[in-house]
Design a protein. Structure first.
Length: 240
């Protein structure tokens, strides 16, 4: 069982006027019985003054479903509607009472959900959502305003597991703001209703979407390219 969660720790620098909005996201699935799975997509956006374009959530979030065995597109017409999504502002909890927040700091979350039929096969499915672009105030990426994001998860096939599977789900969203040079604690554990053993590892965020096609319909299939780091940063040293 694999789960991919791409949340981007933003290192804030001087703001630029062409700010965009993607902060992070998570995609997961729940087995409902028969061939039905509930797909849940969580997307986080900048809703503060750095999102000067006022970019909102997608009215219809396009989901690409690919056959893992050969990479063929299984369903490119599946989408999740914002009209039925749950939208809320992420609360900002400060561990240090001396910390003063930047003016207008705001992160908003949309939780999309929908049911799809996925008949059992040997290799399983890859389920993907892609969106461009990231906030240009990020300093650990090269031209982040031109880099999008891919959120993807794998539904295992009959050659990988016996029976059916639901993905693990992270319990908490990382802190919206941190104090520089101050210690903090964050519980980034996940829960799995199947009782599977969970293994955690760091990995590089994935690219997805572009300035010319910010919300691909459908998203492209795997494999995916990782982000382009700025000088001095890499997947083993992502932040200062």
């Amino acid at each position: 069982m694999r789960i991919f969660f791409w949340t981007f720790l933003l290192v804030i620098h001087a703001l630029r006027l062409n700010a965009t909005h993607v902060v992070g996201g998570e995609i997961s699935y729940e087995y409902l019985g028969g061939t039905q799975y509930r797909i849940t997509l969580k997307v986080y956006r900048d809703c503060g003054p750095t999102n000067v374009n006022g970019t909102g959530f997608d009215e219809n979030a396009s989901i690409g479903i690919y056959l893992s065995g050969n990479g063929a597109l299984y369903d490119g017409n599946f989408s999740l509607s914002l009209s039925s999504a749950v939208v809320s502002e992420v609360p900002i909890a400060l561990e240090n009472p001396c910390f003063i927040l930047p003016d207008g700091l705001c992160v908003e979350r949309a939780v999309y959900s929908g049911v799809v039929n996925l008949p059992a096969n040997a290799q399983g499915y890859d389920i993907t959502y892609q969106r461009c672009c990231r906030n240009p105030s990020i300093v650990n990426l090269d031209t982040p305003e031109d880099q999008g994001a891919t959120f993807t998860t794998h539904v295992p096939g009959t050659s990988e597991i016996s029976g059916h599977n639901s993905s693990a789900v992270f319990e908490n969203f990382p802190p919206v703001a941190l104090c520089l040079n101050a210690e903090f604690y964050f519980d980034h554990s996940a829960v799995d209703d199947d009782g599977d053993s969970l293994v955690y590892t760091f990995c590089a965020p994935l690219q997805g979407g572009s300035t010319t096609q910010p919300a691909p319909q459908p998203p492209t299939g795997p494999p995916y390219n990782t982000v382009n780091w700025d000088t001095g940063f890499n997947s083993g040293y992502p932040i200062t």
